[in-house]
Design a protein around this ligand. Structure first.
Ligand SMILES: NC(=O)c1ccc[n+]([C@@H]2O[C@H](COP(=O)([O-])OP(=O)(O)OC[C@H]3O[C@@H](n4cnc5c(N)ncnc54)[C@H](O)[C@@H]3O)[C@@H](O)[C@H]2O)c1
Ligand SMILES: [Zn+2]
Length: 375
């Protein structure tokens, strides 16, 4: 069963697992923000899956659907870092309480589930790790809460020698530093699943996805990944809005590589009760993302570098993927430019199918954040 399987990542996972001969149940509430109020599963979802229109907060629906299941992928979630900061209840309800409910059903109702794989997020780390070349030390700074208009000093300095710190791959043992409600709810999902998994001997694996992109990502949802947001703006002939100076960086991973990690977690016994980063181990700056997408879409539109600080945003984060590589044999297959070449034809087709109408909600989202004092 894939909870949230009608979404971006879950639907790609379903395709992959079907191809391998598995039988799949997709359990999804069709959240209106993602599915635009449709009551039917999206067209891209394979007709070979059994679709259940259900909510992870509903015990009866879950208990009934789980009866013949041996592996649960728990992907259902309210997704959106910035949005979670003004919809606190929704995010805690769906992500934390939904997961608690799933666990209650797994331990109290009849089922044969042997494996639970949970989608977590890099956002639980807050800021990535850094290296001070002078002190030869790894530093884990706290997320910036506020960068003043005057200083605009985006980069971190070493607390000991004051020299500039250099971004360094983040390992799974970096302590969590949740700066958003979304992150907090993902950490709670991790902790709940691991605790219950270990207590009841339910083989559990947590995967911390880094920024994921690819076809089927909800384009009109202004709170999803940066590639979807920028592409939507560009297709609408708007300039992508870049916060800070554009040199902040992320580890962006193609959805098919995420699927590889999800599958390895099911197939490899070494995944039992482990937490893994799932990224590429390489980073790209946000300005570069805007430029690469603009070129790929054949647009001559430069991003709008806003020099504004968005509350809770991290400056640099990149995954250390040695653990998942060594234990599960994970190896990302897509560089950023290769991944983009899968994304672009899909976006263009969607744009044409919609008669050139893809709603660019990013300006509205920016105004919303400004109104709430979060920018
Ligand atoms: N996309 C990323 O960059 C990224 C990064 C890190 C972690 N993740 C995690 O991966 C998972 C999948 O994300 P995605 O990008 O595919 O998002 P998505 O929004 O495309 O998919 C999530 C799905 O969950 C469903 N859903 C929402 N609330 C539900 C509920 N109460 N009951 C049942 N279904 C519900 C939605 O309808 C949607 O189909 C999420 O847990 C997310 O937190 C995603
Ligand atoms: Zn130093």
């Amino acid at each position: 069963m894939i909870t949230g399987g009608a979404g971006f990542i879950g639907s790609h996972l379903a395709d992959f697992l079907l191809h391998k001969g598995h039988e799949i149940i997709v359990f999804d509430s069709l959240d209106p923000q993602v599915h635009h109020g449709r009551n039917l599963p999206p067209d891209y979802l394979s007709k070979q899956v059994k679709f259940i229109h259900g909510d992870v907060r509903n015990s009866e629906q879950l208990a009934e659907s789980l009866q013949d299941i041996d592996v649960v992928y728990h992907l259902a979630a309210a997704v959106g870092v910035a949005q979670s900061m003004y919809q606190v209840q929704k995010f805690i309800d769906v992500n934390s309480h939904g997961t608690a409910n799933l666990l209650d059903v797994l331990i109290n109702k009849p089922n044969h589930v042997k494996k639970l794989i949970v989608a977590s997020s890099m956002s639980i780390y807050g800021e990535g790790s850094y290296n001070c070349p002078t002190c030869k030390k790894i530093v884990n700074p706290k997320v910036r809460q506020f960068v003043t208009e005057k200083t605009k000093d985006w980069e971190y300095s070493c607390p000991i020698c004051q020299n500039k710190l250099i971004p360094f791959p983040t390992r799974e043992n970096k302590p969590a530093d949740c700066s958003t409600v979304y992150a907090l709810s993902k950490k709670e999902q991790e902790d709940l699943c691991m605790m219950i998994g270990k207590t009841y001997g339910l083989n559990t694996t947590v995967l911390r996805f880094f920024g994921t992109y690819g076809s089927r990502q909800a384009l009109s949802n202004p709170y999803t990944g940066v590639c979807a947001i920028f592409s939507t703006a560009l297709l609408s002939n708007n300039r992508p809005i870049v916060y800070e100076d554009g040199n902040q960086s992320r580890d962006l991973i193609h959805v098919k590589d995420i699927v590889q990690a999800l599958n390895l977690s099911m197939e490899r016994s070494e995944s039992k009760h482990e937490i893994f980063n799932v990224g590429t181990g390489k980073s790209v700056s946000i300005s570069e993302v805007a430029t690469i997408l603009s070129n790929a879409l054949g647009k001559k539109i430069h991003p709008e570098i806003s020099y504004k600080f968005r509350s809770g945003d991290v400056r640099h984060i990149c995954a250390d993927i040695s653990k998942i590589s060594e234990k599960l044999g994970f190896k990302p297959q897509y560089s950023f430019s290769e991944g983009i070449s899968e994304l672009i034809p899909w976006i263009k087709e969607k744009f044409i199918l919609n008669g050139g109408n893809i709603v660019d909600n990013s300006v509205k989202a920016k105004l919303e954040l400004e109104k709430k004092g979060l920018i």
